[in-house]
Design a protein around this ligand. Structure first.
Ligand code: GLP
Length: 268
């Protein structure tokens, strides 16, 4: 596992965007680059930077296929609170991605289980995910894999916890009871099957989740800890989110990444 510690949210966003752009650019032009993508506040800065890079011609999404992590059940795609709208408003409408290359779970499907099975099949048909980018909940959940989710889980319907509903109430008039009770989400194993996983962590409220991801054991309560079993996982985090890590852990990761970070800054 790589842990990249940046001074603040802006640098986390820039580092992640440039990493994504570099991966896309380095991919063979005749093979689609398949990405997993998150919603939430954390990836917004990375999306803005990707939009900027795309408008400057530094990266193109014409050869990129995307699969979003999750979607609420019962919220139509054109509703402002849906993850469909979030993705089109905050990224897809502003870049040169092909509409047919965007995949987002349909939380309005009549057969929700069938929708989840179809999604897993589409990921397989696309050749699997090259790079899965995600955020993390303050309780350590990735996508909507709430505490107690099986580490071998696949795309399925999940009940949202009270904590997650509270955290997402800001999009629902501040009222946790208005947040849907269920969501469709890729599973933990859907994420760890990706050839590479990049998780963005920002803010002191994510400090416990980061400590569980890096320093504690793999377990199904803090599902982000699954990254420890992944051969190519990166956590990119800001200083605030490292608050619960040991001083020695922070120093260690800063030291081993020092040269990489210097090189990267000089290229900005
Ligand atoms: C939701 C999403 C997750 C996201 C989490 C944290 O639960 N399903 O994918 O990582 O929120 O969101 P934020 O980045 O807004 O803190």
């Amino acid at each position: 596992m790589r842990v990249i510690i940046q001074r603040d949210y802006e640098l986390v966003s820039k580092w992640a965007a440039h990493y994504v752009a570099q991966r896309i650019a380095g991919h063979p032009a005749n093979v689609p680059f398949v990405m997993g993508l998150p919603t939430g506040s954390t990836p917004l800065g990375m999306y803005q930077e990707l939009i900027r890079l795309n408008s400057e011609g530094a990266v193109s999404f014409r050869n990129v296929v995307t699969f979003n992590m999750d979607e609420y059940v019962g919220i139509p795609a054109d509703d402002a609170r849906s993850y469909h709208r979030f993705m089109w408003d905050n990224l897809f409408s502003h870049i040169d991605i092909k509409k047919e290359n965007v995949h987002i779970l349909d939380g309005m499907a009549h057969d929700l289980e069938g929708e989840c099975a179809r999604y897993e099949a589409s990921i397989r048909a696309a050749g699997g995910i090259d790079l899965f980018v995600g955020g993390v909940g303050s309780d350590g959940h990735i996508a909507f894999n709430e505490p107690g989710s099986s580490l071998s889980s696949r795309t399925r319907i999940k009940t949202l916890t009270r904590d997650t509903k509270k955290a997402n109430a800001r999009f629902f008039d501040g009222d946790p009871d208005k947040v849907p009770s269920h969501a469709l989400t890729v599973g933990v194993a859907t994420i760890t099957d990706a050839r590479e996983v990049l998780i963005l962590v920002s803010g002191i409220e994510k400090a416990r989740a980061l400590a569980h991801a890096v320093e504690m054991g793999v377990n199904h309560i803090w599902t982000v800890s699954c990254l420890q079993l992944h051969p190519k996982a990166i956590l990119v985090c800001d200083e605030d989110s490292t608050e619960e890590l040991r001083v020695g852990t922070v120093r260690y990761f800063k030291e081993i990444e020092a040269d990489n970070l210097e090189n990267w800054k000089s290229r900005l």
